[in-house]
Write a protein that binds this ligand. Structure first.
Ligand SMILES: O=C(NC1CCCCC1)[C@H](C1CCCCC1)n1c(-c2ccc(CO)cc2)nc2ccccc21
Length: 233
């Protein structure tokens, strides 16, 4: 039986990541807004672009706190942010969806999202992903590390020094592996299941541009930041 132990420096690394992750959150809660009232497809599209824009801003702040990230080549830092922004947004959306809510609220939220203006064909894969995240019952440390591992994906387009990114990602993967073994001794496959979600996440993110252009709205307006990072307009 493998004796798994979190080292002192891994504990420090964990604290830095989780503190940064919980600090850099979207100010207002989109789920609360969606539960308060029913919006039109146009209003929902605007809400999405507002939420996504502020999420990109907090993502940038969060990455600055990932030990080693700022020592990467500056252009590689941008390539990693650009390459992971959509996945980070869907991961965050899934985490918002999986939050414990008073009974019946999750169903209301699901209904509001289904009727928000997204075209039918994307609803199934999107909710399949969200429900697969819900079923993992991730703790905050796992959510923060999974987002960090997503950002530190070495094979994003235009990354020059992939080895440097791989080195930092491996540190995070090793820490997450240990946490999973310690957290879920009865589920030896849990770590592998977590990483499997990143594959689903990448597939879902391929639909993203089409989800936006097919949104039932007359005016697909984006903020300059989203045009930059989402490759739209
Ligand atoms: O605001 C949102 N997500 C934000 C993004 C930044 C990080 C926090 C969450 C949007 C909603 C906007 C308004 C209409 C209803 C969806 N959303 C989506 C979502 C995201 C992107 C697309 C198209 O690519 C489709 C749907 N999934 C959600 C799951 C739970 C709660 C909101 C969720």
């Amino acid at each position: 039986k493998e004796k798994v132990e979190i080292t002192k420096e891994q504990r420090t690394l964990m604290k830095v990541i989780v503190d940064a992750y919980s600090t850099h959150q979207i100010p207002q809660d989109v789920a609360k807004k969606l539960l308060q009232e029913q919006y039109s497809a146009d209003e929902n599209f605007l809400l999405l672009t507002e939420m996504a824009t502020s999420q990109v801003q907090v993502l940038v702040e969060f990455t600055k706190n990932i030990p080693g990230f700022l020592s990467l080549d500056r252009e590689d830092q941008i390539a990693l942010l650009k390459g992971s922004a959509v996945e980070a947004m869907f991961l965050r959306s899934a985490q918002v969806f999986s939050r414990k809510m008073p009974s019946g609220q999750t169903e209301v939220l699901e209904e509001r999202i289904r009727k928000s203006g997204i075209s039918e064909e994307f609803i199934i894969p999107m909710f399949n992903f969200y429900k697969s995240i819900v079923s993992l019952h991730m703790v905050q440390e796992e959510q923060a590390l999974l987002t960090t591992i997503t950002i530190l994906t070495p094979d994003r387009p235009y990354v020059k020094d992939q080895q440097a990114v791989e080195r930092i990602q491996e540190t995070m993967l090793e820490l997450l592996r240990k946490l999973c073994v310690l957290q879920r001794p009865q589920e030896p496959q849990y770590f592998a299941r977590l990483l499997g979600r990143l594959t689903e996440l990448r597939t879902l993110s391929h639909y993203h541009a089409e989800m936006l252009t097919s949104w039932r709205t007359n005016d697909h307006k984006f903020t300059p930041l989203l045009c930059e990072i989402w490759d739209v307009q």
